[in-house]
Design a protein around this ligand. Structure first.
Ligand SMILES: [Zn+2]
Length: 134
């Protein structure tokens, strides 16, 4: 990876694998300008998973659509964006560990999202059910 400031070569000088999520945190230093920055390597779900719609049509999975539905359902909370990002990761981690497949159906995603939201915030799960589970 090149430097975000000057586009020169960088070196990793610190790295940690997360035990809670599928990610690796790295600290990089530019060999030219000595700037420091952080990268996080994580799965690209949009290019790894397929989404099977209710009419059985297949399309690439969209993490962004899941995130938007969560943001929408959590917008009454002060930290709705952080909550939505964290819950998106929880939902995907739980789904993939239960399904062991790269194909996620519409009912898989809405049922898991509803159940995770319901444990986290009942107003959010009620909103989600009304606007995204039909
Ligand atoms: Zn640089």
């Amino acid at each position: 990876m090149v430097c975000i400031y000057c586009s020169s070569k960088t070196n990793v000088f610190n790295s940690r694998q997360s035990r809670q999520s599928f990610s690796t945190w790295r600290r990089r230093r530019c060999s030219k300008c000595s700037s420091l920055f952080t990268t996080i390597e994580k799965p690209n779900y949009n290019q790894s998973l397929l989404f099977k719609q209710s009419d059985n049509q297949m399309m690439p999975f969209s993490e962004e659509k899941l995130l938007i539905s969560l943001v929408d359902s959590l917008k009454h909370r002060i930290n709705y964006l952080e909550d939505a990002v964290s819950l998106k990761d929880t939902i995907l981690k739980q789904l993939l560990s239960e399904l062991h497949t790269s194909i996620i159906t519409h009912s898989d995603i809405v049922n898991k999202t509803y159940s995770v939201l319901n444990r986290f915030d009942q107003a959010a799960s009620t909103y989600y059910k009304a606007y995204f589970m039909n």
